[in-house]
Each structure stands twice: as structure tokens, then as C-alpha cells.
Design a protein around this ligand. Structure first.
Ligand SMILES: [Ca+2]
Length: 309
């Protein structure tokens, strides 16, 4: 009896084991480390997959690799797809896909511009053709520490702006994007709008892009303008009227759902916003002088975009 019971148990265990092997494969993998920065070593481990597996096929940001484990890295911040497909001896497959968010380390400078190469810099700041006509801005040399600067001159009744495309990184909790620009508005007459827009996702100002800073005499001063998901724009007034013919350093920083605006290192306005820049992606950095009257001008210099803690 006892031997029979043991034999039966062994048969059950054996069949149970068999049942595991004949079941369909299961794909799963782990990613280490849990928080990934650009350039870091990343270990992918498919040991948690199940089945009598003969192949582990990885698709990492579009590239194909094989092996139960894989060491890789991501040179640039962003959100990447990693897909694992496992195959067993019977040719059956299973797959699983995870997104890997790759962050920039705090302190990383994403962008710098001081126009030091003179007129060549204009090539990095194309005109927005929907807003301006050619020839109304230039690189000028200013004696002293400023050197070359971008001079935006809306010399007739039109809006004028130049923009460069940035690829913003996703933000880890605790990180913020910081945009800093040195600027000097030259005139502040009616309808003169001096603009720093460090985060419109396109020139069409779609919903969920970042807020931007404007000075407009029409509105009686400065404002952070927040595009909403509904397509409207909410102004947050800033108690600050930039004097003409004077340099100021304007700094906008964004974290998840919050923004701060500083002038010359002093905080002028902080608030919450609807837009969430934490996923990063393509974004325009816009410098403009938007005017419905003649001869509104602004100088720009020393632009830095960085990720800070
Ligand atoms: Ca300069």
C-alpha cells in the first residue's frame, strides 16, 4: 500500500511536471536598474519567463538581439520600447513589451546658445513662416561681454518670431526643466509683445504644451500664459514690467504640474499648470517680438536649457 501510494504520488508529480513543460511558453523580463539614465548600463533578464525555451529574442528600440540576458544602454533620454519574444522547442512563442523611461541626469545641459558664431546662428533659429516675413531679424555684435546677440526686429505691423526645435527629456520625480534667457526689450509701446515660449509642442499652440512668458504693454505687464487641454490660454499675471534698454535674465522652470518664473535670480511667480511636461518629447523654443505696430525690438542672448533637481 505504502509503496503503491508513493508510486502514485511520483506519477502525479511526474505528470504535473510534464504538464508544465507542455504548456504554452510565458514571456516576462526584469529591467535593472529601476531608474535608468542616459548612457547607463541596463541589464535585461528573461529568467522569469517560463517554458522549455530555445530562443529569447529582444527588440530594443528597434534593434534585434538574442539571449536569456542582455546588456544594453540608451544614449539619449526618452521613452523606449523593449519587447521580448520567447520560443519553445515546439515552435510556440509568447511575447511581452515594456516601456523603459530613460532620464537625463540632473545638471545636464540640453541646449546652449550664445550666438558666438555670428550670422551662422540664424540657421539654428529659422523664421516661423506663418508669423513673419524674411529679413526682420539679425545677429548683431554688441561690444562688451555679450558679444553676438540675436536682434529680433518686428519692423512693421506683423508678428515676428524665430524658433528652434528641442527634444525634451522625460522628467523623473523631483526633476525640473529650466529655461534661462538673457533679453533686452527695446520698446514697450501698445501691442508690443516680447515673447519667450520655451515649450510649445508645435507652432500651432496645441493643447498640453508648456506655458510661456510674454510681456505686452496691452495687457499692462507680464504674464505666464498657460495653454489648457481645452485649447484656451489662461494668463497668470506677473508683477513685473521690464524696463527698456536693460538686460534681464528670465528663467522659467517646470516640474510636474508646477512652474516658476524668476527675473535676475529672484522668484516672481510660482503656480500650478494643467500641462504635464514629464513625458518629454519634441518641443519648440520660441523667441519672438510680436507686434501689431511698428518697430518693436528685442535682443536675446545666453540661452540655456537644463535639467535640474
Ligand atoms: Ca552672445
Amino acid at each position: 500500500m505504502r509503496h503503491g501510494a508513493v508510486a502514485l504520488l511520483l506519477v502525479v508529480v511526474f505528470l504535473g511536471g510534464c504538464a508544465l513543460f507542455v504548456g504554452p511558453p510565458v514571456a516576462e523580463f526584469d529591467i535593472r536598474p529601476l531608474v535608468v539614465y542616459a548612457g547607463d548600463r541596463v541589464d535585461l533578464d528573461a529568467s522569469r519567463s517560463d517554458g522549455s525555451l530555445v530562443d529569447y529574442r529582444w527588440e530594443v528600440a528597434g534593434a534585434i538581439e538574442h539571449g536569456r540576458t542582455l546588456t544594453t544602454s540608451f544614449a539619449e533620454p526618452g521613452i523606449y520600447s523593449v519587447k521580448l519574444t520567447v520560443e519553445d522547442g515546439q515552435g510556440r512563442t509568447a511575447d511581452v513589451e515594456h516601456a523603459v523611461t530613460v532620464y537625463a541626469r540632473s545638471g545636464t545641459r540640453l541646449f546652449t546658445e550664445d550666438f558666438s558664431d555670428g550670422t551662422a546662428a540664424l540657421g539654428r533659429w529659422p523664421l516661423d513662416p506663418t508669423w513673419a516675413v524674411q529679413g526682420e531679424s539679425s545677429i548683431e555684435s554688441i561690444h562688451g561681454s555679450a558679444g553676438y546677440v540675436l536682434y529680433v526686429n518686428s519692423a512693421r505691423a506683423t508678428y515676428h518670431r524665430r524658433a528652434t526645435l528641442l527634444d525634451l527629456p522625460p522628467l523623473r520625480v523631483g526633476q525640473k526643466l529650466v529655461f534661462s534667457v538673457r533679453a533686452m526689450p527695446l520698446q514697450t509701446q501698445e501691442e508690443h509683445t516680447f515673447l519667450i515660449a520655451p515649450g510649445r509642442a508645435s507652432m500651432d499652440l496645441p493643447p498640453a504644451s508648456l506655458p510661456y512668458y510674454v510681456f505686452s504693454s496691452t495687457y499692462g505687464g507680464s504674464a505666464i500664459v498657460e495653454p489648457s487641454a481645452a485649447g484656451t490660454a489662461t494668463p497668470h499675471p506677473v508683477v513685473f514690467t521690464p524696463p527698456v534698454y536693460e538686460w534681464h535674465t528670465y528663467t522659467l522652470s517646470y516640474a510636474r504640474g508646477t512652474f516658476e518664473f524668476s527675473v535676475d535670480g529672484a522668484l516672481w511667480l510660482a503656480g500650478t499648470m494643467e500641462a504635464d511636461p514629464s513625458r518629454g518629447g519634441p518641443s519648440w523654443l520660441v523667441l519672438g517680438d510680436e507686434s501689431l505696430t511698428e518697430a518693436c525690438q528685442t535682443y536675446y542672448d545666453s540661452i540655456v536649457v537644463s535639467v535640474e533637481e
